[in-house]
Ligand binder design. Structure first.
Ligand code: NAD
Length: 318
């Protein structure tokens, strides 16, 4: 297929573009900053440019990953989030409609499910978050504009018979957490594979898989490494996560201790990223069991940890 990938210079884009090419697709990469896989420099806010690109390159599918996201909140005003994440998404949907683009994938975020109470951990149990969770009250401009983007995708699919899938991806960024410094970054990222992270490679694989297997009309899936927990674990996860982990992985504490790492004492939220497996046959490569296996074999972690990663929007903003 001829695929237009927005955000092709970004962290996800640089994994997804080569994966798409390896699968035989012709990739047109659009980004505001230069990148190895970016064939066109420009903004999703520019509808004329998008129309020209889609027409000239005979685009059959759009993967819309370009966005301002959470780390951009401190650098860009709310209006920029509206322009890029809402108007940009609307522009691409309008173009998809106009040129009868067959498939549209919107990279969304699990962050839009996090309201203030979940963020502050104001429940005496871990909150189980799957595709049915609601009502939604995103806590920041990033989540608000991504939710608006999802709604536009759904409404355009319904009103204009487009095939659109939103992928609510959990964390896959390589940089350090902007709010948590304890435990250290690599330990924290490893822990998050229990409930709220996946590899950037699995994120790219999920997008590529959906391109081939998407449903007609509108669909939405969470993408996050399969959690080992069950809904019935939620009360214990909040009060004593280590006892729950011990029952599932009796050797985890010992493996962690040998590395000087710590398992989480309390878990306040769990993303269930398995509907995409059941409905579309997607298989994740990496989960927490793999992390333990890698520790056991003293190999490199299957995820990137790069405190020096600078997100391309920052470079573009300078
Ligand atoms: N990184 C994560 O952990 C994470 C988690 C959940 C969701 N997401 C989503 O995944 C997608 C990719 O994120 P990422 O981590 O690769 O971020 P990134 O910042 O590395 O990449 C985003 C890309 O979008 C580009 N972009 C920004 N404004 C644009 C515009 N107006 N027109 C065209 N391109 C523009 C940026 O230059 C950048 O290259 C985003 O939609 C983000 O919301 C990321």
């Amino acid at each position: 297929m001829n695929v237009l990938l927005t955000g092709s210079s970004g962290w996800l884009g640089r994994y997804l573009a080569p994966l798409l090419k390896a699968a035989g697709h012709i990739v047109t990469g659009l980004d505001i900053t230069q990148g190895q896989y970016t064939t066109h420099i420009g903004s999703v806010v520019n509808r004329k440019l998008i129309n020209e690109l889609v027409e000239d390159r005979k685009i059959d599918a759009i993967i819309h990953s370009g966005a301002l996201h959470k780390p951009d909140i401190i650098r860009f005003p709310a209006q920029s989030f509206i322009d890029v994440n809402v108007t940009g998404t609307l522009n691409l949907l309008e173009t998809a409609r106009k040129f009868e683009v067959q498939k549209f994938i919107f990279t969304s975020t699990t962050s839009l499910m996090i309201d203030r109470d979940i963020r502050e951990g104001n429940f005496d149990y871990a909150v189980w978050l799957d595709e049915t969770h609601g009502p939604l009250a995103p806590r920041n401009i990033y989540g608000v504009t991504k939710l608006a983007g999802e709604h536009l995708c759904r409404q355009y699919a319904e009103a204009f018979d487009l095939n659109v899938t939103s992928l609510r991806t959990s964390r896959f960024f390589p940089e350090e957490d902007d709010t948590m410094t304890d435990p250290p970054a690599e330990n924290l990222k490893a822990n998050e594979f229990l409930n709220r992270r996946h590899t950037v490679r699995d994120s790219a694989r999920a997008h590529e898989h959906v391109l081939d297997h998407m449903k007609s009309g509108y669909a939405m899936y969470i993408v996050s490494a399969p959690t080992p927990f069950k809904v019935t674990d939620c009360a214990d996860l909040k009060t004593n996560a280590r006892s729950v982990i011990k029952k599932i992985y009796p050797h985890a504490a010992g493996l962690y201790a040998a590395k000087g790492w710590r398992l989480p004492q309390s878990i306040a939220r769990v993303y269930d990223g398995t509907l995409i497996c059941r409905e579309l046959g997607f298989e994740y490569e990496t989960d927490f069991a793999n992390i333990l296996d890698v520790i056991r074999k003293d190999k490199a972690m299957p995820f990137e940890n790069d405190p020096n990663y600078i997100n391309p929007s920052t470079i573009g903003a300078n």
